[in-house]
Structures are given as C-alpha cells and as structure tokens.
Design a protein around this ligand. Structure first.
Ligand code: FE2
Length: 241
C-alpha cells in the first residue's frame, strides 16, 4: 500500500533547481510510488534573489503535473507547498503570499542558511509561531548552529516547531557526521518528519524506500507509521477552515 508521505521535495517541472521537465517529474514520482509513497507535498523553493518563480507559473506547472499523474500514477495524491527561505521580511511575506504555506494550512516549511546563528533561528521560529503559523524546520542537520545541540532542538520542538530531516542524511549520503547526527535525533525522538528533498533522478533522487526499510528495522513499524503517515497527515488535517 502506498499511503506514506514525502513532505519535502522539488518535483514540479521547471520552477526551481528540481525536476527540469515533466519526464523527470514523472520518473521521480514513479520511484516514490514504488517506494510506498502515495502522498506528496511538493515544496518548490522560494528564496529572495535566488528562487522567485511567479506564483502563477508554479500553479500552472503543478496543475499540469497533477493532470499527468492522474493518468500515469492513479492513486498518487499531490499537494502544493513551498520551502520558504527565511529572511527578515518573513512576517510581511507570509502574510502577503499564502502560497508560501503548505497546502492552504498554517504550516510553513522554513529553510535557514548554514551561517545562521542559533539565536536567529530561535527568534525567527518564535516570530512565526507568535503569528499563528506552524513552522517546520527543514533539514535541521544542515545548520551548524544546531548540530549536536540536542537541548536547543528539544526546546524548538517544545516551542511548537516541527523538526524535519532528509532521507539522504539518515542513509549516509550526506556524509558520516550528518548520518550520526540524524540517527541520534531519531533515537532521542526529536524528529517529526523525514522528507526526500529529491531534486532529480541522479545525485538527488528520492530514497524513501531505503529509509523506510532501515527505520522499520531500527525503530519499528509504529515509528515508521508515525513519521511517514500520521505526522504529515496532521499537516493536511489542520487546513484553514
Ligand atoms: Fe529542499
């Protein structure tokens, strides 16, 4: 049964540095489906000065992809989200652009830079929460300011932030230290979501099947259901009324 979620990926054709065309998009999605993923939250980049694809183009390409998927992978559900690179205009941008949220919910997938300090990350997460958003911190293993600071990650979660890590990092594709860090986060129960962050079918392909198999063995079926179904389903359940 393919009812698990991938909630972080770049599969909409030609809108960011992810899938370049519809063929690549469909190939990625076919692999996801084979891996047990039947629900995809598509999260194209939005980053000022780097990824500012007009909303209309993203929506148009998303709807085109949805149409193709209906024919080629019936049973696969797609939802539109965004990976929002945080800046100091976050408050205004989130208010003015509902498309920066996930699937019309209050959830936002927040990306930080490697150079951002712990204080900055904490402050931006706090601001997002105080405005009524549900922030999810994207690939937390990538930020040196948080690496090995399990207390701070625990604190961010208690504040109300969701913690996401990448499948590649868990599997060791992003190096030994990221792998060790992610495995420890899982052990300490500090992870809410695991996404593929897939961009293509080459060096950044989706490896959800591999990570699901690994975690079934290491953490059990209950944990896998929790991370790949229950938690992401909760994002969609909290859709704005
Ligand atoms: Fe991403």
């Amino acid at each position: 049964m393919s009812d698990y979620f991938d909630m972080h990926c770049h599969i909409i054709p030609d809108v960011d540095d992810g899938a370049k065309n519809i063929e690549i998009s469909l190939n990625i999605l076919k692999k996801e489906y084979k891996d047990g993923i039947g629900n995809i939250i598509l999260t194209p980049h939005y980053r000022v000065g780097m990824f500012e694809t007009p909303e209309e183009k993203i929506r148009e390409n998303y709807l085109y992809l949805k149409e193709q998927v209906r024919d080629e992978i019936p049973g696969m559900n797609l939802y539109l989200g965004c990976e929002y690179h945080v800046n100091m205009e976050m408050e205004e941008e989130l208010r003015a652009r509902p498309q920066l949220r996930i699937a019309d919910t209050q959830h936002v997938l927040l990306e930080f830079s490697g150079a951002d300090s712990a204080a900055y990350i904490k402050e931006r997460v706090y601001v997002a929460l105080s405005l009524g958003y549900q922030p999810i911190i994207a690939h937390i293993e990538r930020y040196p300011a948080l690496e090995k600071d399990f207390d701070l990650i625990d604190y961010l979660r208690r504040m109300g932030a969701g913690i996401q890590i990448n499948a590649d990092a868990v599997l060791g594709e992003d190096g030994r230290s990221a792998k060790k860090f992610c495995r420890k986060l899982i052990k300490e129960d500090l992870v809410d979501f695991i996404g593929s962050d897939a961009h293509n079918m080459k060096e950044r392909k989706p490896r959800m099947g591999e990570v699901i198999r690994l975690l079934r063995k290491k953490a059990g079926d209950g944990y896998v259901d929790h991370i790949f179904r229950e938690n992401p389903q909760r994002i969609l359940d909290e859709a704005v009324q």
